[in-house]
Design a protein around this ligand. Structure first.
Ligand code: HEC
Length: 186
């Protein structure tokens, strides 16, 4: 009786093994491809608060327009969207809690470092003790570059470089008040 000779057997075994390897290989390949496509970031993308590498954005681009002009056409609603990254550290509602940073309801025209129950940095306290307050100009410079404006501040935020977006943020901050202060005359 002659069944398969061993040569025949080897051929078949080889083919089966080859097919198995091929399937496994495809599996690994597919996994690699699909793993790549899985989104890595959860949550919302931050607006470009980081200065671009190379530093071109660090210059206040040839001074766009004066702040009062920007404020006159600023949009508080847009500003509300732009403060999303701030909400990691600040609450904005009336009577809201201090978080990593102080509550910001009514911050426009508020004396610096004056919100009850918040432990400010020595440097911001010093500015406050000199009678400085958060008028639009001060807020604008602080939000553009916190550490550049208040050296030694504890606010770990890179800064919002676009002047018109800052104006939107200021318009929103202004709206957080029982009686919003007058806008400066353009
Ligand atoms: C990583 C946390 C963090 C983020 C993000 C952040 N802040 Fe702050 N902020 C702080 C801290 C901490 C302080 C207190 C600074 C100090 O004591 O020097 C502060 C202080 C302030 C103050 C001064 C308030 C006062 O009572 O004197 C203002 C105004 C302010 N932040 C606005 C903003 C705005 C607007 C944004 C978003 C564009 C923002 N912050 C994003 C942490 C943050």
């Amino acid at each position: 009786m002659f069944g398969m000779d061993s040569f025949e057997f080897n051929k078949i075994a080889g083919a089966v093994l080859g097919a198995l390897l091929f399937v496994m290989g495809m599996g690994i390949l597919a996994e690699a491809i699909f793993a790549e496509k899985r989104p890595i970031v959860a949550g919302y993308a931050l607006p470009s608060a980081e200065p671009e590498k190379g530093g071109s954005a660090a210059e206040p681009a040839a001074q766009s327009e004066p702040l009062p002009v920007l404020l006159a056409k600023a949009d508080a609603k847009k500003g509300e969207g732009l403060v999303k990254p701030c909400t990691a550290c600040h609450s904005f509602e009336k009577g809201g809690p201090n978080k990593v940073g102080p509550n910001l309801y009514g911050v426009v025209e508020r004396p610096m470092a004056s919100h009850a129950g918040f432990n400010y940095s020595a440097s911001l306290k010093e500015h406050g003790s000199k009678g400085e307050k958060w008028d639009f100009a001060a807020l604008d410079k602080f939000i553009a570059n916190p550490k550049g404006y208040i050296q030694g501040t504890a606010m770990g935020y890179a800064g919002l470089k676009e002047a018109d977006r800052r104006a939107d943020v200021l318009a929103y901050l202004r709206s957080l008040s029982d009686s919003p202060v007058e806008l400066p005359k353009p």
